[in-house]
Write a protein that binds this ligand. Sequence first.
Ligand code: ADP
Length: 272
Amino acid sequence: MHKMITVQDAVYSYSDDEHLVLKNITFDVERGEWVSIVGHNGSGKSTMAKAIDGLLKLTSGAIEIDGTALAEDTVWKIREKIGFVFQNPDNQFVGATVADDVAFGLENRHVSHDEMVAKVDEALHLVHMEAFADREPAGLSGGQKQRVALAGVIAMRPEIVILDEATSMLDPEGRQEIMQLMRELKQTYDFTVLTITHDIDETAFADRILLIDDGELVAAGTPEQVLTNGTDLVDRGLELPYAERLLNQLNLLHIDVPQQYMTNDQVVKWLC
Ligand code: ADP
């Protein structure tokens, strides 16, 4: 198996007061895998994501991206492999129109005009925003803005896409839309995905979940392995998955519900 991200004993402190925000975190992500880091606010998820993108330097420990150790002389090369979508869509727009915005990263890579136009068209098509190419980003809905941000990332053909709370400012429909879109995009380009979230329902499509609490990696496994331990999730300041909350409600109404683990999608199908 080819490891795309390797994090070994990551420790981080923002200051010298020895308050550790990351405490000996070790994990790896295979090429083509979708891993979701989940934890309550302030648990260290964003710090971990920033360290992976080389935006901050670990206090101790090591990170390798696609076999190359992250260091001062490799960070720029490594960053070309990573596409980052942040929480607030309004902070990431630089273009006057949607198409300009998607083209921005490519312009910095000095690709030819024709190639750029083709790549922008393709990226907008993939996120279903081709009809908005000439619109101003400011006038779009939150979900549309994040789709444009994603198009900007996709146009650069990164090997790793990191979504850092990229749906947390969206309504439930917008959140679902972005996660479905990621699933579609992943089928087209087999990139590696790392999603960072405090919303347990956003982990539904991940191959593996890493549960982080107060800077420590406290559980790791498939959604079935991690999400079935509801007590652990609640103790860690997280909500139960939507499916489990719904089944618990039905149980209270004395409706027989399946006892085995079911994803949100499976519960919806079972209800139908
Ligand atoms: P999460 O992404 O899980 O919400 P963060 O990684 O943003 O968590 O934050 C982890 C901890 O680090 C929190 O206690 C937060 O207050 C602290 N922190 C985050 N950014 C900074 C910073 N720039 N300076 C000092 N402390 C910070």
